[in-house]
Design a protein around this ligand. Structure first.
Ligand code: 6PG
Length: 474
């Protein structure tokens, strides 16, 4: 038999995607650089569906029906290019190569253009949901041509997570659009996790609550507006006790956060696009700060904290933190959505932002109840910012006093809350009628003749600062 789709790269993600495809009734050709992995997949899970194992790339390609659909699930960067190079001479016009790894969207754009020259389709597809998602239903964000989606889409929609009967998979847009959206998803994931971590820190240090008590609080929050996968697993992690020592698991983990780079890419790209993704940036930098133990040790010895720490009423404080977390989370999403909108305009992708909320409702790491509200916000209108969409505007307005109390408390208590604080500053920045940017423009004109615009007439002006301070039209 000829297989309907092939998967090459059978580490845990590729393996689980292949199994998911087979369990959904698709015949799957399998290939891995070291064939032992292919054999073990068939031995352990061969009864889940139709697998066609191949040892060589040539046999793998020959095992596929045409147009061929080949999923690559190898390390981003060089390894992906190597697999593509090997495949190209073996493929025929109209075949579809799909990269399901966490590739940089610029690489995806380059690869798509190169394969198009060969008459081949290249689809960069973001896949979120970790190991379990890949097996049981991930959120899938495929880019590439409409034509490729016509052949590939139905299969991906079938293996994706389903929410209310709607698959968490939609054609995002041409070339790198899918990987871009996955990158922003991960940026939001960083912000979401940082906000949760700050909430934990505030509650723990501000109230002296134990991890066990905190697990309880997060579990309660998970039955309200904050309901989400990340809040749910926060309760799990905080409630976990280290078997070796009998202490809270969170207390035996080294407090230095690592990253593989998608958050960094989100921030780098946002800088290029001129979109302020301050929540994501602070989350990425907070990981970097945590990972500098030498500086931290030096600072612990040298830098004083506040003399007295404000007291907090437990019930009010917990409620304030919850509201501050929610408001800051809305900001993180608003910023991520702005970034997708900016890239969509820049690259002509025409991304349907409401559809992105729809496919993030299930399967992915940032899945959350409030994505339904984002979806609805984009259904009715295209808000200038998610923050001004009526539902979120009202929700944030309801929480803003709590938000301010928490940021003020954190500053007074010396608890670092970069994401909470910067999100509030962003909120206030957006709503402020006259920003001090006017002074910045004045200074730029003073020292560098960089010019400015006036509030009262059209045009660009410069003041002759070093002469008679006459204003001239630039
Ligand atoms: C997902 C995850 C996945 C990856 C994380 C971890 O959507 O399933 O985002 O892609 O596990 O992004 O990234 P870091 O190692 O950078 O934290």
């Amino acid at each position: 038999t000829q297989a309907q789709i092939g998967v090459t790269g059978l580490a845990v993600m590729g393996r689980n995607l292949a199994r998911n495809l087979a369990r959904n009734g698709f015949s799957v050709a399998l290939h891995n650089r070291t064939p032992a992995r292919t054999r073990s997949l068939v031995e352990e899970h061969g009864d889940e569906g139709v697998f066609v194992p191949a040892e060589s790339v040539a046999d793998f390609v020959a095992a596929l029906e045409r147009p061929r659909r080949i999923v690559i699930m190898v390390k981003a960067g060089g390894p992906t290019d190597a697999v593509i190079e090997e495949l190209i001479p073996l493929l025929d016009e109209g075949d579809i190569v799909i990269d399901c790894g966490n590739a940089h969207f610029a690489d995806t754009r380059r690869r798509e253009a190169a394969l198009r020259e060969h008459g081949l389709h290249f689809v960069g597809a973001g896949v979120s949901g970790g190991e379990e998602g890949a097996l049981l239903g991930p959120s899938i964000m495929p880019g590439g041509s409409k034509e490729s989606y016509a052949t590939l889409g139905p299969m991906f929609e079938k293996i994706a997570a389903q929410v209310d009967g709607t698959p968490c998979c939609v054609h995002v847009g041409p070339d790198g659009a899918g990987h871009f959206v996955k990158m922003v998803h991960n940026g939001i994931e960083y912000a979401d996790m940082q906000l949760i971590a700050e909430a934990y820190h505030l509650l723990r240090d501000g109230l002296g609550a134990s991890p066990k008590e905190l697990a309880q609080i997060f579990a309660e929050w998970n039955s309200g507006d904050l309901e989400s996968f990340l809040i749910e697993i926060t309760a799990e992690v905080l409630g976990h006790v280290d078997a070796a020592t009998g202490t809270a698991f969170v207390d035996v983990i080294v407090d230095q956060a690592e990253q593989k780079g998608t958050g960094r890419w989100t921030v780098q790209t946002a800088l290029d696009l001129g979109v302020p993704v301050t929540g994501i940036a602070e989350a990425t930098f907070a990981r970097a700060l945590s990972a500098h133990p030498e500086q931290r040790v030096a600072a612990q010895k040298a830098l004083p904290g506040p003399g007295s720490v404000p007291q907090a009423d437990r019930e009010t404080f917990v409620d304030d933190v919850r509201k501050a977390l929610y408001a800051s989370k809305v900001v993180a999403y608003a910023q991520g959505y702005d970034q997708m909108a900016a890239a969509s305009a820049e690259y002509g992708w025409d991304i349907d932002l409401g559809a992105m909320a729809t496919i993030w409702r299930g399967g992915c790491i940032i899945r959350a109840r409030f994505l339904d509200r984002i979806k609805e916000s984009y259904e009715h209108e295209r808000p200038e910012s998610l923050l001004v969409a009526p539902y979120f505007r009202d929700a944030v307005a309801e929480g803003q006093e709590s938000w301010r109390r928490i940021v003020a408390h954190a500053a007074k208590a010396g608890i670092p809350t970069p994401a909470f604080s910067s999100s509030l500053a962003y909120y206030d920045g957006l709503r402020t009628e006259r920003l001090p940017a006017s002074l910045i423009q004045g200074l730029r004109d003073f020292f560098g003749a960089h010019t400015y615009r006036r509030v009262d007439k059209e045009g660009t002006f410069h003041t002759m600062w070093s002469e008679d301070r006459r204003e001239v039209e630039a």
